[in-house]
Design a protein around this ligand. Sequence first.
Ligand SMILES: [Zn+2]
Length: 325
Amino acid sequence: MTTPLQFDLSTPDLSAWRAGNTGTEGVWHFDSGLPGRHVLISALIHGNELCGAWALKGMLEAGVRPQQGKLTLAFCNLAAFDRFDAGNHDASRFVDEDLNRQWSAERLQSSDTQERRRARELQPFVAQADWLLDIHSMHEPAAPLLVVGMQARNLALARVLRSPGHMVIDPGHQDGVRMRDHGRFGEMDSDGSDNGTRSVLIECGFHGDMSSRTVAQDMCVRFLQAAGTLPGDALQQLLPGWLQGDCERQWALEVTGPVVARSADFRFTQPFQGLECIAKAGTVIGWNGSEPVTTPYDDCVLVMPSVRQAKPGVTVVRFARRRPL
Ligand SMILES: [Zn+2]
């Protein structure tokens, strides 16, 4: 068993913002009445990832409203968040199963679990959005990552955002479809054109680090400005101090494959923090039960290694090739 890491970020009081204004709990929607993108910013897809909840609460308290297009803010897994306990924070990731694996047509038809019922409630808002920023945090202390999927249009957006330093290009997970891959968001670019959607998932660092909130707030400002929802000066006025400095260098990490645990008995050879670059192919980095796990090529980068949720079928690390963005 691993012991919980120290948790410094306090739990936001969402009571004033819980109801939403859409008839769907936790979902706020604002319409400028003018043409423009429909932007969705989501938080608490995982109940123990508080940084995004802080950012949404901050935007609601500041009275952020779109000057063009529409803005939806969604506190997603409130049922899991209600169980949050800083002393056992891994336990409130979800109630029955991972809400970020329920976004296939098949699972959205099912109401077998708390998360599938919640995904069904949220789905119309996801389907209507043009741009999605999904805010997450991580099991372990690590540098922030922007997960952009396989679409070149999302990588192009990452360049415009100028933060964070690392983009993860990946096809998702074997155990289900993520919200950021749902519907139009999951469509590939065809012949150099795109369908107008953007969907990125920001991993803001460790769940309990104060800096995760800073990263979430910074990314909200960047995203709203890039989407044209509000101009930079209005954002600066409404959300003073949220925007941080640009990253000097940005890297694209092309995920080549996951390592999937066969059982809870998975262990790494070192306490990897993520983004380590392992020089030699064939280096043993962990043990999947009794079987060694080796790097498949030279200069292999480890993306989000963690055994905290290890059980059969769960991804414990992903391998990636690195190149300048
Ligand atoms: Zn998450």
